[in-house]
Design a protein around this ligand. Structure first.
Ligand code: AP5
Ligand code: MG
Length: 389
């Protein structure tokens, strides 16, 4: 996800730059100013409360801001992240944004401040006032908005300087110039961030073979917990011995072991562009674990894909595989195959539903030849990459 906040005095060009940015990076746009104007136009309770404050050039209360943001931000499936314009404007709002990002299991990449001297702001807004129809675009109110900005909003910058995610651009340059400066900042941000994919699908849907091939094609690290466990057994490590013992007693491998293995993998994967997770997360608990693990590495999920294949075809495929060298211990009988499918249905489908609500899951048709499916998924990933970079 890419989350950006545009900061700057009235007239700095926040709204103007937002137009480019939301389109270019497919971001969900949140302008508290626009949201308030919508409330005022609809004569809602919040709108009526905000009206006189906005008309005088003051800042509306943090309580009102929380309410309109909560109303807007519930979910944003399909977008790559958020673009905040004119928020946060107070120290309290900076904390509100922190909480909001936490709730959505993501974080603000950077706050971009458009620096423009006062007289330029006034000149631009008076000019805009000729056509904007905004009641607050007159000199007296503009001066008051600037005063509020200096008193209450400017101090917020320290919050982001302390966090190390404050960047500034010269807002006095032409619209195109400013756009170029911002694009460069975002490019840098994105090159720092990992592209992480979770590949879902029923056993037999092809997620393993596709996952491996996709990882190779896109230069991502393939993380398959099943084979990681097998590897530990093969290498006869301490963890491997523990896993063998659990298997022999018919017990499940506890999440702690899986977490340790993934942690090790993430820590050892330097200079990678991102990860493809397959077979993890399998349960809701594991989905929280993955969110936490990525967060610990300053990262988050970029894309969630589910390969869809009808059940009958799945059973056929697994049955065929059981007759080949690729036979897995768990597809040696029809009863076991059915059990695996049921397990996926009960434990993993709720995880997919959760992700669908939070980020949107890209459903991919898993029927056709290996190449056909591969091309289909590659195309989706490529688009994801493009809109992110
Ligand atoms: P809001 O709507 O956010 O207004 P603002 O911060 O005063 O900013 P503007 O929209 O006036 O300026 P902008 O930076 O978007 O500039 P624009 O791109 O239009 O808030 C309004 C009110 O709502 C506040 O006063 C407050 O009461 C309340 N409010 C909102 N959010 C709040 C919050 N979080 N907490 C509390 N209260 C809140 O550009 C301006 C003009 O300049 C345009 O005509 C444009 O064409 C031109 N221009 C842009 N860039 C350039 C350039 N590079 N060169 C030349 N001209 C340019
Ligand atoms: Mg604006």
């Amino acid at each position: 996800m890419l989350n950006i906040a545009l900061f700057g005095p009235p007239g700095a060009g926040k709204g103007t730059q937002s137009e480019f940015l939301t389109k270019k990076y497919n971001l969900f746009y949140i302008s508290t100013g626009d949201l308030l104007r919508k409330e005022m136009a609809g004569k809602t309770k919040l709108g009526i409360e905000a009206q006189s404050i906005i008309a005088s050039g003051g800042l509306v209360s943090d309580e009102i801001i929380v309410q309109i943001i909560e109303k807007t931000i519930t979910d944003n499936p399909g977008s790559n992240g958020f673009l905040f314009d004119g928020f946060p404007r107070t120290y309290i709002q900076a904390y509100i944004l922190e909480g909001l990002m936490l709730k959505l299991n993501t974080s603000l990449n950077c706050l971009i401040s458009l620096n423009v001297p006062e007289e330029e702001s006034v000149k631009r807004l008076l000019n805009r006032g000729k056509t904007s129809g905004r009641s607050d675009d007159n000199e007296q109110v503009i001066r008051n908005r600037l005063k509020e900005y200096n008193d209450k909003t400017l101090p917020v910058l320290q919050f982001y300087k302390d966090k190390g995610i404050y960047v500034e651009v010269d807002g006095t340059k032409s619209i195109d110039e400013v756009h170029k400066q911002i694009t460069e900042i975002i490019r840098e941000q994105l090159s720092k961030s990992l592209f992480n994919i979770v590949l879902f699908g029923y056993p037999g849907s092809g997620r393993g073979s596709q996952g491996k091939a996709l990882a190779k094609h896109f230069g991502l690290e393939y993380v398959a917990t099943g084979s990681m466990l097998e590897q530990e057994i093969k290498l006869n490590t301490e963890t491997g011995k523990k896993i063998t013992e659990l298997y022999e007693n018919g017990q499940l491998v506890p999440d702690e072991i899986v977490v340790q293995l993934i942690e090790k993998k993430l820590a050892n994967s330097k200079d990678v562009k991102g990860f493809i997770f397959k077979g993890f997360p399998r349960t809701l608990v594991q989905s929280y674990i993955l969110d936490g693990l990525l967060k610990k590495h300053g990262s988050s999920l970029s894309m969630i894909i589910e390969i869809e294949v009808p059940t009958l075809e799945l059973i056929q495929r697994l049955d065929e595989r059981s007759k080949t060298d690729g036979c897995m211990p768990y597809d040696s009988s029809t009863a076991r195959i059915v059990k695996r499918l049921q397990e996926h249905e009960q434990k993993t489908v709720p995880v997919i539903e959760k992700y669908n609500l939070l980020h949107g899951v890209i459903k991919m048709d898993g029927l056709g030849s290996f190449e056909e499916v591969f091309n289909r998924i590659s195309y989706a990933i490529e688009n994801g990459f493009k809109s992110m970079r």
